[in-house]
Design a protein around this ligand. Sequence first.
Ligand SMILES: Cc1cc2nc3c(=O)[nH]c(=O)nc-3n(C[C@H](O)[C@H](O)[C@H](O)COP(=O)(O)OP(=O)(O)OC[C@H]3O[C@@H](n4cnc5c(N)ncnc54)[C@H](O)[C@@H]3O)c2cc1C
Length: 488
Amino acid sequence: MLAQYDVIIAGSGVAGLYCALNFPANKRVLVLCKENMGESNTDLAQGGVAAVLDLTDDSYDLHMEDTMIAGHRENDPVSVNILVKEGPDDVRRLYRELGVEFDKRPDGELNATLEGGHSRRRIVHHKDSTGHEISLKLCEAVKKRDNIHVAEYSILYRLDRIDGGFFAHVLQDGQARVIAAPYVVLATGGIGQVYRYTTNSPIATGDGIRLAWDMGCKISHLDYVQFHPSSFAGGDANTRQRFLISEAVRGEGAYLLNCHKERFMHLYDERLELAPRDVVAKSIILESRRQADEHFYLDIAYKGEEFLKNRFPMIYNKCLESGIDMTKEPIPIFPCHHYLMGGIRVNINAKTDIDRLYAAGECACTGVHGKNRLASNSLLEGLVFGRRAAQDICRKSENETFAPPPFPTPDSVDGAPLPKGMDLAINDIMQRSSFVLPDMGAVREGLKTIDRYIARLKTGHFALTREYIETLSLATVAHIILKEIQAR
Ligand SMILES: Cc1cc2nc3c(=O)[nH]c(=O)nc-3n(C[C@H](O)[C@H](O)[C@H](O)COP(=O)(O)OP(=O)(O)OC[C@H]3O[C@@H](n4cnc5c(N)ncnc54)[C@H](O)[C@@H]3O)c2cc1C
């Protein structure tokens, strides 16, 4: 790792890596990631990427309208317009230039599928592990580029503004380091670890959002959290990271069943199983209260073994590992945390309200998702706004030179050990207070405890470790979410 780069990108998910690939060969780009390059929410994405690639039976207007309906029309129409119109070219680039293998029909055309909230079949996918395929091909492409250096197991924990750029403070191999750059892109992903149960990767602790908050950036709609209706509820009930039963399973015709193995969605929404996620998640919670029972199922066994094993091989195998054969029986499911619609407020070029600081992907709030993300729009958002960040930085840096002031001494990592269990206590507070249907009493009480934790974390002289950095991020994100819920 050098001491100075043209751009530092924190994050190696779809937003960070695609952003990096959009810089020309003469820009020295540093990509930081907390673990290995492939560990991200991107890697976990199953269903696919939504894009209007064939205008015969679909249109950008329809994709826009579906996105706006799912988002309760709280979306920013300018950003949505950019997403649906520019996204198709980025998706084409994935399979034409970067070698991403999307599933094809027998006639050789891409086999687009349907998901909840979409009025047309426009989700391109790689079986049920689209994110892994995209992540793999982006990582391969980045490794071939001499101008991009990837620093794995390197955690960005603070940004100091300097004249013409930033000093980025990074924890690497247990040591603090300082790196300078005129531009920084935060692409640090979501916040799943704030909740007790989540589909997200362990890296999703909201670090980028906390960094931006600490710098005084505008953070928007952090309480717009998406709870996915169908996370796997079989196997070990204590597992925090829940395996997702993709939206595409409902898209292919699965029925939602209550504890009596009866369909119930007609009681809550006329779109039945294909209603948007927030509607289905709320319906499940209301039905669980009506029945006083939290056992729910997704049944697609009637589609037959051959279809299911071919269309959903990963989901089939994962369920089977926990003793559920989805070709013969319903899959136990329950809602859990899945996605963040809000985040660091950015403009249409992914720029925050701080000069030279950008944010893209799940940590950013472009406004495309409104109050509820339409399925498979987030990989698309990472592509479109990751690319736009790179293009904007290239435009702005054309005639610039960057000469940082003398580097500060890196922080000492020594300090007191972090008390055990603070992260789990935060999870419990958030699960009790703001899971699907907020409980205002629990929000009020929870906020008091969270604020005590933040004060303690900031004044306790704790050792600078990954655990400390992440706990501070979890507490900060929890604080912002609860404050926003209170203010609404
Ligand atoms: C189970 C699951 C299924 C999904 N299915 C779909 C789908 O079918 N279609 C769809 O569109 N979306 C889907 N999503 C959502 C989508 O995958 C994510 O929103 C998207 O991939 C986020 O990309 P990202 O680049 O913003 O972040 P991520 O892919 O999460 O990457 C974050 C990166 O930031 C790094 N990082 C974090 N903090 C730091 C730090 N402090 N310092 C350095 N690096 C840091 C991490 O190491 C990681 O490399 C799914 C999500 C999940 C969890």
